[in-house]
Design a protein around this ligand. Structure first.
Ligand SMILES: NC(=O)C1=CN([C@@H]2O[C@H](COP(=O)(O)OP(=O)(O)OC[C@H]3O[C@@H](n4cnc5c(N)ncnc54)[C@H](OP(=O)(O)O)[C@@H]3O)[C@@H](O)[C@H]2O)C=CC1
Ligand SMILES: O=C(CO)COP(=O)(O)O
Length: 320
């Protein structure tokens, strides 16, 4: 069974490097010059500097060629997933499609698997998510991920195919839970970065992570997810990683907000659009998600960190 990765950003490149240890892998880059540079220099200097591309990895900008693989990993940002898959539906129709993005679509409130299903209702689909920095994967460091797939047989097949020397995959059929955990942990990472950036301390961060987790569970349960999924790699696992490491871009955006600094808008920060999408969804469903609401207000510069802190501390006292 052959594998291609579409999207040669940090994560797509890191996954392709790891999978190339199992056999030939094709990595697709949308820009022809970049694909050629990567193929020749054996490096992705723009998105994943410092990592060597193994000989078994071929970089191409020829989508038709890349899409011939049996299994296709889609490593493009969440807000571009629908347009990308719709534009290339004919090439992707009969493949197993594995979404590798984390987030909720701003326009629809849908997660990656719902979007894939809407574009290609008959395709076999799965989601690869969980605590995993591209830089760690590319270095060959041990990483555990969740492979969420509604169909248990496809899930088991993909688990075998995508497990590598350093990627250990756990299966779940709870796609709702895996989507929501992976999307919402980025929102909480922005909040935690803001707390640390503003010098509010590790205790405040622990409080936000815990109460943020309660919000993740609230949204997950309202969406029919299983509570155990949120306690796994795709929820608690990724929340812990992303809220505590400066390798995370979501956390770094939060740090910049807390320090009143600017942040490069070209950097992929999934939590920003996702916070807005989840906040809208929470209002529609009448779910109490105060940290998500505060993150949106901070992103929109409607609230200072001092006011945000005061608001959260002034909420009515209640049972945990
Ligand atoms: N980086 C990480 O450590 C991890 C990332 N993820 C998830 O992976 C997803 C991708 O992130 P990551 O790789 O880091 O992001 P990057 O910003 O590094 O790369 C994004 C990639 O998507 C491509 N792209 C952007 N828009 C389009 C489009 N409209 N059509 C086709 N390709 C497009 C970019 O192309 P170009 O280079 O030409 O702009 C680039 O190759 C995100 O959802 C993220 O949450 C998950 C786990 C870890
Ligand atoms: O999802 C990630 C780690 O699991 C990567 O986080 P960032 O997108 O915040 O860099």
């Amino acid at each position: 069974m052959s594998v291609s990765v579409l999207g040669s950003g940090a994560f797509g490149t890191a996954l392709a490097i790891s999978l190339a240890g199992n056999g030939p892998v094709t990595l697709w880059a949308r820009d022809a010059d970049q694909a050629r540079d990567m193929q020749e220099a054996r490096r992705n200097t723009r998105r994943l500097p410092g990592a060597d591309l193994p000989e078994t990895l071929t970089v191409t900008s020829d989508l038709e060629r890349a899409a011939q693989a049996d299994t296709i990993l889609l490593a493009v940002p969440m807000q571009t997933l629908r347009s990308f898959v719709s534009a290339h539906a004919d090439l992707l129709r009969n493949r197993a499609l594995v979404a590798c993005c984390k987030g909720i679509e701003l326009e629809t409130g849908q997660g990656p698997l719902v979007v894939l299903h809407a574009c290609l209702p008959k395709a076999r689909t799965a989601l690869l998510t969980g605590p995993s920095f591209a830089a760690d994967i590319a270095k060959g460091l041990p990483t555990a991920l969740t492979l969420a797939c509604r169909d248990p047989e496809t899930g088991a097949e993909l688990q075998q195919q995508l497990t590598t020397k350093n990627l250990r995959l756990y299966r779940t059929t709870d796609t709702n839970g895996a989507e929501i955990g992976g999307a919402l942990k980025n929102v909480m990472a922005i909040a935690c970065g803001a707390v640390i950036g503003a010098g509010l301390g590790d205790s405040a961060r622990a409080a936000l992570m815990t109460r943020g987790y309660a919000e993740m569970q609230r949204m997950a349960l309202a969406s029919g997810a299983q509570p155990d999924t949120l306690a796994g790699l795709s929820g608690f696992g990724d929340l812990t990683l992303t809220c505590s490491s400066e390798l995370s871009r979501n956390y770094r955006l939060g740090l910049a907000i807390g320090r009143n600094e600017t942040f490069d808008p070209s950097i992929t920060v999934e939590g920003a659009a996702t916070a807005r999408a989840v906040h809208a969804e929470a209002q529609t469903r009448n779910l109490d998600m105060p940290i998500t609401a505060i993150v949106v207000a901070l992103l929109d510069q409607r609230l200072t960190i001092a006011d945000a802190t005061a608001q959260l501390l002034a909420r009515p006292l209640k049972e945990e």
